[in-house]
Write a protein that binds this ligand. Sequence first.
Ligand code: SAM
Length: 277
Amino acid sequence: MCRGKNIPRAKKSLGQNFLRDKNIARRIVSLLDISGPERVLEIGPGPGALTDFILEAGPAFLLLVEKDPYWARERLQKGAGRLKVILADALQMNWAHFTDPWKFIGNLPYNIASPLLWEIFPCAPGLTRAVFTVQKEVGLRITAQPGTAAYGALSVWLQSFSRPKAEFIVPPQVFRPSPKVESMVLSFLPLKKDAEKAGGLLARPDFNPRSLARALHLCFQARRKQLGVILRGLGAEAQIPEELGLDPQTRPERLSPEDFQRLCRYAPFHAPQPEPD
Ligand code: SAM
């Protein structure tokens, strides 16, 4: 199990494909625009391909979240004052605690990227910018436009809470071990409900995230059915209220994120109220 100076073999279960190309690591970190007294969170630092460049950029504080005890301990031993390491599962983090301005970064394990990004963007109020490396196919889904095969719930969800941008493709051979697929680096500019207060950030349209999630779930499990048919299946009127400006003959795969944000105001898509305590 151990090789060389007791470095454990990369764990497939933790999506451990370690980046070995310093130029690419530097390029990924530069996309985060660390420019002053900012707090940065890195998800899954592993041996630290990105970590060293983040520290070089001089953030006020760097928080590392790593699930592998070996790599969390390694980094702790190299730790400096501006750095804190948490041994934790990023999928279990409470993102609502990130209220101050934060920037997030990570070469994400392929197997958790979609559920993790789904959670982070609506829940972390202080997030000002993020840069994540994901499997190329997931990156294409995140940035997909209506009417394309890659367009789906993940595209609408993330485009409703941020402006995702495909930055560049990373080939498999720069990772050890090499994955079977290409990766994509994406940058994200979060959209804010209180954009004015947050200064310079883009405004997020007003919608109920729980209703949007419900609408996406109900619509994309029948992406080729007409909206009216989906509504009748829910026992509702197929005729969508006129003020929502949506044609009942349209199919979900053709609706833009803004269309879904309006659609989820229609009662059949309202999320059930939480149970009283
Ligand atoms: N940042 C390093 C690099 O670029 O070489 C490692 C990237 S590797 C693709 C993913 C890292 O995430 C690994 O260090 C792995 O142990 C860690 N990891 C896997 N699942 C995790 C989880 N649920 N929460 C936090 N870290 C996780």
